[in-house]
Ligand binder design. Structure first.
Ligand SMILES: *[C@@H]1O[C@H](CO)[C@@H](O)[C@H](O)[C@H]1NC(C)=O
Length: 237
């Protein structure tokens, strides 16, 4: 029996690895992108101006508070976010997406929805190298040509920030979530102070005597491993 085509909404900001993820999504027969939220630019290149684009909300706390049934009506929320047990990318504590709105992130993680969090400790394993970029530049494919151009700035940033000659493919990794294994537990987000945006995963291996901020909260899935070569292979294809 053929698997049902998964309908997905991509909520994203207009970064470079975001553009790669959108291109991969639009080329993947297993999924149908039924909408994009908060994105500018790159869709014209993909030739898919038929995909609806909606502007995100200006107020920070969103859909879950307006509709308590929200979590039942989405299949799964894949969150590219968090720096689980590693340094963040906006501060030693925090990953950028969670840092921008830690209160909303905490609401999502504790909403009861089927959430899969893909953190920096996973996406940092998925590296597109200079030689991959060279292949893209040589290709006649229009996405490849476009990406090889816009990747310049992303490579420069990584060289300055991390002293690497490759770039992390954060968003494409989150998109290709079927290549990820995960563990289940409760995630809470620090919303204030010097560790603002810190994501703390409680794997439930110890039962605490005291009631904690993690007690009685719904579990989510947190990425543990990724098949990095396969992500790169699919992105290149
Ligand atoms: C990523 O973090 C999660 C949550 O702490 C952990 O279970 C997993 O082993 C980590 N994976 C890697 C590759 O560091």
């Amino acid at each position: 029996m053929a698997e049902e085509i998964k309908k997905i909404i991509i909520d994203t900001d207009p970064g470079i690895d975001d553009a790669i993820a959108i291109f991969v999504a639009l080329q993947s027969p297993e999924i149908e992108v039924i909408g994009l939220t908060t994105i500018f630019g790159n869709l014209e290149v993909a030739g898919r101006t038929d995909t609806p684009v909606a502007e995100g909300s200006y107020v920070t706390i969103t859909a879950i508070q307006l509709d308590p049934e929200f979590f039942k009506n989405v299949g799964q929320i894949v969150v590219l976010g968090g720096a689980f047990a590693v340094n963040g990318n906006v501060s030693p504590a925090a990953e950028a997406n969670i840092f921008k709105d830690p209160t909303a992130a905490d609401i999502v993680f504790t909403s009861g929805a089927d959430v899969l969090a893909v953190g920096l400790n996973i996406t940092h394993q998925v590296v597109l190298t200079d030689s991959h970029r060279g292949e893209l530049a040589k290709s006649n494919g229009k996405f490849a040509k476009y990406l090889s151009k816009i990747l310049d700035v992303y490579f420069d940033y990584h060289h300055t920030a991390y002293n690497t000659r490759g770039v992390f493919l954060h968003d494409p990794t989150a998109l290709l979530a079927s290549l990820i294994t995960y563990s289940e537990g409760v995630v809470r987000v620090q919303t204030v102070g010097i560790t603002k945006g810190l994501t703390i995963f409680y794997n439930k291996q110890k039962r605490f005597v005291e009631v904690t901020e993690w007690s009685e909260k719904p579990s989510v899935k947190v990425a543990v491993t990724v098949d990095a070569p396969k992500v790169i292979e699919l992105v290149m294809a």
